[in-house]
Design a protein around this ligand. Sequence first.
Ligand code: 13P
Length: 260
Amino acid sequence: MTSRIPFIAGNWKMNLDHQQGIALVQKLAWTLKDANFEYKNAEVVVFPGFTSLRSIQTLIDADNFEIKLGAQDISAHDSGAFTGEVSGIALKKLDANYVLIGHSERRQFHYETDEVVQAKTAAAFRHGIAPVICVGETLEELEAEGAAAVPVRQTLAALAGHEVLGNFVIAYEPVWAIGTGQVATPEQAASVCGKIREAIRSAHGEVADKVRILYGGSVKAANVAGFLRSPEVDGVLVGGASLDAEEFAGIARFQSHLAL
Ligand code: 13P
């Protein structure tokens, strides 16, 4: 298992309105409480859509939940004529601890390039929000370049030119495993996560020991332990299964099924 604090993240994508989001976070917190979950054993982070952030921040604050909050995107700009964008200033004001950057759906459907991802990473660092930089290869890229080439390249591009202090997370999500049920093997995930860490070490030095590197793609309570058994995988980024409180709580409680 990892020597870093495992990071268990739920990316809700474009699902749930703010009322459904509140209900999900309440149920998640209660389910974890009933199971005597220890937040020191794993950091649990939800990434709701923008319209739910304020409600969920208020809930977390009022009920002293230890669940952390993240946004799904951030503008590269701080303010001005950028219709529809959301700034790091506004996210910081909502106590967003984390922000997803460069999710494959943003790269694929919104044409985000490595340059855009790099600029958004700069914005997150500027505002003291830890970026969760998403990287991963398509099936074509896997066949053409092998497993680690694209994720390593995307990681180094996102971090280029920054003073990298370790306050960031990398999520390796093979595009072919997202929402497909076609999950990478724990060995595949561990191998790519290890190569990403080595690349960060070569480019940025010892900070590589601090950064958490996650696997994402069709993670469920039933398969999470396989990934987190490896010392290379520091957590998971979960899509579909994070919309179900009991399933996501089961993922957060992976340590209880590590021995099985
Ligand atoms: P699924 O868990 O639904 O495959 O989604 C993974 C993902 O894209 C999380 O960001």
